[in-house]
Design a protein around this ligand. Structure first.
Ligand code: AKG
Ligand code: FE2
Length: 312
């Protein structure tokens, strides 16, 4: 089993509106990928490798600073958003049964004008690069959500009306820049990974990996397959609220990032844009079934965040 690659050129950012026939083809391809694997690579989205490199480069500059320079930007130190900011090494366990993940992250969870951003030489390149990539990802995810609704025979509004506030404090969608430092195998704790097994929490996630790859996805039959980096593509996966919403038609697949082989001292980077429904959106099974009780997105996500940070 492999993760399919789908050409999104007909509906790319900055392109013409998609024709009915093209929408039909795209929606069929996305539906197959999201029901069978839960993951798909999109090529020709309008987000190009150069955009991704720019975000990774400036993020790396931030991560490579000593911890005391990063501490003032720590997650939980921003009053208007509890998730915004820097997460230090081993702080988060995406599989709570394992020791802390061997990764650092910077969450762009708020674009509020009061937020203080890392800066160098008096410039604010970090803010500009992160926020403009955030907005590109937002535009793309709205297009993908539209195709997904169509693929289920739904009005686009069914999904779009629950994603009206991305980028504001009424919605917790987050651009997360991840840095995986080189791993010294003699210092790794038992069971520790770069990123433990988990499924994502919200609607969908857009993922961009540096060339080392390392991501693995669990298939319906229970085996892990690799999801390599394919330059110029966006890897998109279904998350848990979307699986509930679609009464398990779309699969929110478990995934993880293993340690590199012993002696391989390479670092790794990735960007994940977690698309979440608006905090106030009520997520109810689209087919009218009661497979899952309705949940408010904001309350549901809060619970899940608390689990991955060990309810500290
Ligand atoms: O680093 C990656 O490739 C994926 C990270 C991930 O799955 C997550 O942060 O939810
Ligand atoms: Fe994930």
């Amino acid at each position: 089993m492999k993760i399919p690659v789908v050409d999104f050129g007909a509906y790319k950012l900055g392109g013409n509106d998609v024709s009915g026939e093209q929408l039909e083809i795209l929606s069929r391809q996305l539906k197959t990928a999201f029901t069978e694997v839960g993951f798909v690579y999109l090529k020709n989205t309008g987000i190009v490798q150069q955009d991704v490199d720019e975000v990774m480069n400036i993020s790396k500059k931030f991560f490579l600073q000593p911890d005391e320079m990063k501490l003032p930007f720590s997650r939980k130190s921003f009053s208007n958003n509890p998730n915004h900011g820097w997460v230090s090494l081993e702080t988060e366990s995406l599989n709570p049964k394992r020791p802390g993940d061997l990764k650092e992250a910077f969450n762009t969870a708020s674009l509020h004008p009061d937020i203080k951003w890392p800066s160098w030489d008096g410039g604010n390149g970090f803010f500009e690069v992160q926020s403009s990539f955030f907005l590109r990802c937002k535009d793309l995810c709205l297009r993908v959500l539209r195709v997904m609704a169509y693929s289920l025979g739904l009005e686009a509004e069914v999904f779009l009306s629950a994603h009206r506030h991305i980028g504001s404090d009424k919605n917790s969608s987050t651009l997360r820049s991840l840095y995986y430092p080189s791993v010294r195998s003699d210092r790794v704790k038992e069971g520790q990974l770069r990123c433990g097994e988990h499924s994502d929490y919200g609607s969908i996630t857009l993922v961009f990996q540096s060339q080392e790859g390392g991501l693995q996805v669990r298939t319906r039959s229970g085996e892990f397959i690799s999801a390599p980096s394919i330059p110029g593509t966006v890897l998109i996966n279904i998350a848990d609220l979307m699986q509930r919403w679609t009464s398990d038609i779309f699969l929110s697949a478990v995934h993880r990032v293993l340690l590199p082989p012993a002696g391989d001292l390479s670092t790794r980077q990735s960007l994940a844009f977690f698309v979440q429904p608006d905090d106030e959106a009520l997520i109810t099974c689209f087919d009218g079934s009661d497979k899952y009780p309705p949940v408010k997105s904001g309350a549901y996500l809060m619970e899940r965040f608390n689990d991955s940070y060990g309810r500290k």
